[in-house]
Design a protein around this ligand. Structure first.
Ligand code: ATP
Ligand code: FE2
Length: 328
């Protein structure tokens, strides 16, 4: 039976309905776009509260599924912005009570990883999870997804978004910078900050803004930032592949939409005799289908909870969440 998933950790309110084998039956999403600047959590949460009733109806209609045909309701428990998480969790609890269905909390990062993994068809790949708030190289080991390397300051997506907004653009910055970079050609020197399997981006943000102040054109700046930042991610992914003796890498998270990142990681993996897989864009960015699919795995592993135990976890970490469906 299908599962309904609710996503609301940050900018996107989304409802997905997914059947066995990760078949997406229905998906309805809406992204909050601030008129200027970054995301204000309360305004994003208000957007979600207003949009969710319509999104639930839309996803059910698209799937051709009636509420009584659902097996459970899953939701993003964390990590994320408190007010946004609360909006989604409240909707999920209400639907679970109304329809008398089990409630299944899901970790948002694990969901990015699981949807990418199932779509790749690979059983145990290394994962590069590159999104707004997170940048992690992940491998499964002994009951948990282990974070082998990560950002020491801000997520790659937040870095790209901040830079673009400082350059006069609006959120989200990643796709806009990708378009801008297509016409750039001159590579300017920027801080390349790799520490073992970790990375950092705030130095690059400061340096890129300084270059902008000195009159470097936006396309060249975007090109230089993309090449430098994605080379950093490619390097830590390669180090993790070598260290863990894996040959397959799967990309997930919103920044995995980026063609240059996909290309650089693919080249690296293939030069090592391995493979790279990146899901379709709609499954890289935040979406309810990844929550529904991970909800399916969690529900089958007995992880449904009573309402009283469904509190949101704004700081929940990838490596602290049990994943019994992967074995112990
Ligand atoms: P997290 O998973 O850390 O909570 P998130 O939920 O904010 O992050 P996602 O939807 O997974 O977000 O990713 C959004 C991010 O992806 C934004 O920072 C956005 O700029 C970036 N992004 C989307 N498309 C592209 C692209 N084509 N190139 C680079 N970045 C992109
Ligand atoms: Fe995300």
């Amino acid at each position: 039976m299908p599962i309904l998933g609710i996503e609301s950790t940050a900018h996107t309110a989304s409802v997905g309905i997914v059947a066995d084998g990760a078949k997406v039956l229905g998906l309805a999403s809406d992204m909050y776009r601030p008129p200027s600047g970054g995301i204000h959590p309360r305004e994003a949460a208000n957007h979600h509260v207003e949009l969710f009733p319509g999104l639930v109806t839309q996803a059910l209609d698209q799937a051709g599924v009636r509420p009584e045909e659902l097996e459970a309701v899953a939701f993003s428990q964390g990590p994320g912005l408190g007010p946004c998480l609360r909006a989604g969790a409240t909707v999920a609890r209400t639907l679970a009570l109304l329809w008398n269905k089990p409630l299944v909390p899901v970790n948002h990062c694990v969901a990015h990883v699981e949807i990418a993994r199932v779509l790749s068809g690979l059983d145990d790949p290394l994962l590069l999870y590159a999104s707004g708030g997170n940048t992690q190289v992940i491998a499964y080991a002994r009951g948990r997804y282990r974070v082998l390397g990560e950002t020491l300051d801000i997520g790659i997506g937040n870095f790209l978004d901040k830079l673009w907004i400082e350059l006069g653009g609006t959120f989200p910055g990643g796709p806009a910078l990708e378009r801008e970079a297509q016409t750039g050609s001159e590579l300017f020197d920027l801080p390349y900050s790799v520490h073992g399997m970790d990375v950092a981006f705030s130095g690059m943000l400061t340096a890129a803004l300084a270059l902008h102040g000195r009159g470097v054109a936006r396309p060249d700046l975007a090109y230089s930032v993309e090449v430098t930042a994605y080379a950093m991610l490619t390097e830590i992914t390669e180090r993790a592949l070598a260290h863990r003796r894996r040959d397959a890498v799967v990309l997930g998270g919103g920044v995995a939409c980026n063609e240059r990142l996909r290309g650089m990681v693919r080249t690296m993996a293939e030069e090592r005799g391995g493979t790279m897989f990146a899901p379709p864009r709609a499954m890289c960015v935040d979406n309810g289908a990844m929550i529904a699919w991970t909800g399916r795995l969690a529900f089958d592993a007995g992880l449904a909870v009573p309402i009283e135990a469904s509190a949101i976890q704004p700081r929940q970490r990838t490596d602290l969440v049990p994943t019994p469906w992967r074995g112990s």
